[in-house]
Design a protein around this ligand. Sequence first.
Ligand SMILES: Cc1ncc(COP(=O)(O)O)c(C=O)c1O
Length: 419
Amino acid sequence: MNPAGGANPRKARRERIVRKADSAFGHPPETIRFWSAGVRAALKAGAQTPFYLFSPQPVAAALQRLEAESFGRPAVHWLSTKTQPLPELLRWWRAQGRPAEVVSEAELKLAKAAGFDVETLLVNGPAKHRWLARHSEPGLRVNFDSARELRELLSLACRDRWRVGLRLCTTEEFDPETPAFPTQFGFTPDEARSAVRVLRRAGLPVETLHFHLRTNVAAPDCYARALNDVAAFAAEAGLTPKHLDIGGGLPPAHVLSRAGKRLDAGISVRSLALAVRQALKRLPSVEQVWLENGRFVSAGSGVLAVQVLDVKERRGLRQLICDGGRTLNALVSVWEQHELRPLRETAGPETLTAVHGPTCMAFDQLARKPLPRAIRPGDVLMWFDAGAYHLPWETRFSHGLAEIWWQDNGRPRCVRPAG
Ligand SMILES: Cc1ncc(COP(=O)(O)O)c(C=O)c1O
């Protein structure tokens, strides 16, 4: 047993670091109250842990933050469907009169079922020639991703007068895990030049120039450099795009890297908007700026509720074995730290605690941080910011999928049973 600040100096230092990080990224009390009340209401209504509770209110707040800044032209915020492919969210977004971006046939079907139509859909993503022909419609908006895709879909694009864009692989786009390598997306400048020639011959104007750098972009300079590439390419290729689509990538608030650094420490909506405004001086034809932020918009829109099933203590570490965790419900915990707290008010000392899911993998560790020693079996823990990339990456590993609860106006209701 080694409560926080105990005899082992290295461990005590590690705990101080975690504590410091924690106090910098905690949610405000009203957010904690909002989710605590929601989780209690869901439990009262019969929710079984583990479950996700989602709400559109934080999405509305994130949109407000995006819309508070000027991007130099009217900005269109596309729902990044892949980030949170939840029918209830899609319908809510649609009801606001907002459009959605999809990157696969499954997402396209989901979006259509939620009421999006050709005017409110944007088709992105690689290798669309495999499936998009089945869904061609007059006026469909498509950002091409490769020469092969363009070749195989060109006749349909001409027949149905698609409104087309090109995704550029700017020099700023690289594999975040191995930055020496580029990503697999979009056209290199040479490929893009050929694509422009092909589209010109076909009589289809390039309406949109698009890039998506990666997720959790650390600084506005990354966007500024990519925008520079786009402006240079447009000038050289003689393009006058109507839309500049800068993808997503803005990190959410209240989330840390595993090393304890706020993901949004070096970037804000304001600094991004400034970079875009400056770049637009070199892109005078642009009439609209398109954004497809996934994480920034939806991370805060949910919590994961898990229940402590067992408690162990070994080598100075308290371990909570829960009915949900990383493997089943929160893969992003591999590289992100989120706020995690017990639903029940717990006072008293804290100790370094690992929160584990129920699968037979040491990997199944949702968090390792100081938590109250008073937490005991039966307690419900809330893992915050569970609204981005949790559903797309959930697994059934040995157990099955968690329930999903949705809270719009009024009481939470179950919108997907466990299974
Ligand atoms: C084309 C495109 N747009 C938008 C996004 C959303 O990214 P983020 O969640 O980092 O904002 C992604 C994510 O992979 C993407 O591939």
